[in-house]
Design a protein around this ligand. Structure first.
Ligand SMILES: [Cu+2]
Length: 274
């Protein structure tokens, strides 16, 4: 009698767990396929390349995930307690070797496929014609600096940093006289932009979702990254800090303002006047 009720209990629990796993796979698949909580569309070819890599990774890991979870559901149901004795199984060396090799091949393969996009951002330098803009992260905002007409940034030093001079431009350096410091990153559309990332205090993370561009800014380092925005994609995009950089971290955001060349010139002149 006790054994019979034990059997029923096992079947119910096994069925519940198997059904849960199947539903879990279904809901997860739905979220990814329908792209709920997805990135906004990319605004350049680098972004689209990252998306392609995302897609490849999701297809491969997705197939493994679905196979593993549905397999688990089947095993839970098929081998539920039925009054028999559990059997000891030695393991299977061939299977071990097969799935370890398969995992290595998949991971290394994905790495090789993704290296083009990664190298484009980190190893290839920006063309000499790129517009250079300095980005400084500090608790808790982003500051941008344009070199002005002379194309040369003025020297900076920590001792000059104050309310009116947030990046600490040396007032005695003539190259710094025409530098333009802003709180918005204005850029002309279509033009290659080279950012020089700096930090005044802790590690910050510069991130624009639509560019698929993420690079940490570290104190004591100048880190270059470059990008362009496709023609027709003018507009405002959010710049977020992706490193938990302190108590005001969630407030640390700015705007990437993509404009046509004439609008950009007007905007920069305006910022200079301010
Ligand atoms: Cu930050």
């Amino acid at each position: 009698m006790a054994e019979r009720s034990g059997q029923r209990g096992s079947a119910a629990v096994a069925a519940a767990l198997a059904i849960f796993l199947v539903l879990f796979v279904g809901v997860t698949l739905y979220i990814f396929v329908m792209k709920i909580w997805w990135y906004p569309p990319a605004i350049n070819d680098f972004g689209r390349e990252i998306d392609a890599q995302f897609a490849r990774t999701f297809v491969i890991t997705g197939i493994s995930f679905i196979g593993a979870q549905l397999g688990l559901a089947w095993v839970v149901w098929r081998y539920r307690a039925n009054g028999g004795r559990a059997k000891y199984v030695e393991g299977n060396n061939t299977l071990e070797a097969v799935w370890t090799t398969a995992t290595v091949v998949l991971f290394v393969g994905l790495g090789i496929m993704g290296r083009t996009a990664w190298a484009q951002l980190h190893f290839e330098s920006a063309p000499p014609s790129a517009m250079v803009i300095e980005v400084t992260g500090k608790q808790f905002n982003w500051i941008f600096r344009y070199p002005g007409k002379d194309g040369v940034f003025g020297r900076t030093e920590a001792k000059y940093v104050d309310e009116t001079n947030p990046v600490g431009i040396d007032p005695k350096d003539p190259a710094g006289q025409d530098d333009v410091v802003t709180l918005t990153l204005g850029v002309p559309v279509g033009r290659e932009i080279k950012l020089l990332e700096k930090s005044q205090d802790v590690t910050h993370g510069f991130f624009v979702r639509e560019l698929r561009l993420k690079q940490d800014a570290l104190p004591g380092m100048i880190i270059p990254v470059h990008f362009h925005v496709d023609p027709g994609k003018e507009g405002d995009y959010e710049i977020a800090c992706t490193q938990l950089c302190g108590s005001g971290h969630q407030r640390m955001r700015a705007t990437l303002k993509v404009m046509t060349e004439p609008d950009f010139e007007k905007w920069l002149a305006n910022e200079k006047a301010d």
